[in-house]
Design a binder for this molecule. Structure first.
Ligand SMILES: [Zn+2]
Length: 307
């Protein structure tokens, strides 16, 4: 991750900035080729790399959708009316197992999982990884939580099982791994031994190991080396290089508003420029390859492919 040098703003815009945002939108429309959003000084209308951007209303619902949404016990998932899910059993490659036919994942996360597991096997990994969990409904999370309380007590449940609505599994962007041996026995996935390759390279495929012991005060969840969250390659790379959990990364991104310096990330996929927009509007490039995701809190993160 490369952090652009320069001034940094506070986490939130004051409402006094609204007229400036509107002016920027007007400028963007009037002079679409003008660039320099990241150059500091006056509010710009483009990316640092020269693409013109237009302030676009995306709506409140969009704040709660996308690859980068933060979901935890304090930031519940907002279930959309329809969620696009793929049956892993039907869409997976032969380089890993899935528990049964009832494990689902967002299609783009499944594509990224296939790529990671195929490369794991190609570099010498065994075919022993078993996907034991993917998407979960709120009712199923309630069931898991109650079951954990019953078996291990409330304290243990609260450390290791998210509250219903507060589980990342609701997003369809998460998998849990287990180990399944040829002789039919199984073991807990720890991400060690040959599997250290997966935990060490998952960012190149857009995945992060979401819960580390030292981040527990921030995530609310104990060490879970088997729980992988898809966020996309540039963000996974930035998080891995900065040793940031998603709670920290979402905060960090607020230091890169459209009007200030943008974050530049060089990753397995190329170079990306990333900025944050608070509220329900975001500056979107008028051309080129980009993605916009809500952060599930207060705004959007725009990820623009530079090269
Ligand atoms: Zn999990």
């Amino acid at each position: 991750m490369r952090r652009a040098k320069g001034r940094r703003r506070g986490a939130f815009f004051s409402t006094a900035l609204l007229p400036l945002l509107l002016l920027a939108a007007a400028l963007a429309l009037a002079a679409p080729r003008r660039s320099g959003g990241g150059s500091g000084g006056a509010v710009g209308t483009g990316t640092s790399s020269g693409a013109a951007c237009v302030l676009t209303e995306l709506g409140e619902e969009a704040v709660h959708a996308g690859d980068l949404i933060l979901v935890n016990n304090w930031t519940p998932y907002r279930f959309p009316e329809e969620q696009e899910l793929a049956r892993i059993f039907d869409g997976k490659t032969a380089s890993y197992y899935v528990r049964d036919r009832e494990v689902y994942l967002a299609p783009r996360a499944l594509t990224a999982l296939n790529a990671m597991m195929d490369d794991f096997q190609a570099q010498g990994g065994s075919r022993t990884v078993n996907v034991v969990a993917g998407y979960r409904t709120e009712a199923f999370q309630q069931h898991l939580f109650d079951q954990s309380v019953e078996r291990n007590g409330r304290e243990h449940a609260e450390e290791f099982v998210a509250q219903p609505g507060g589980s990342e599994h609701h997003t369809g962007l998460v998998v849990d791994f287990s180990i399944f041996y040829e002789d039919g026995t199984s073991a807990e996935y720890r991400g060690t031994g040959e599997y250290a390759w997966i935990n060490g390279n998952c960012q190149d495929y857009g995945w992060v190991v979401r819960y580390a012991k030292e981040k527990e005060p921030l995530t609310g969840i104990g060490d879970e080396p088997w729980h992988f969250r898809y966020v996309g390659v540039p963000h996974a790379t930035a998080m891995a290089e900065g040793d940031l959990c998603l709670e920290e990364y979402i905060d960090e991104l607020r230091r890169y508003p459209f009007e200030g310096e943008h974050l530049t990330v060089d990753c397995a996929d190329g170079r990306y420029e990333i900025w944050y927009c608070q509220g329900t509007e975001a500056y979107l490039p008028d051309s080129g390859d980009y993605q916009v995701s809500g952060n599930n809190v207060d705004g959007f993160v725009v990820t623009y492919k530079v090269s």
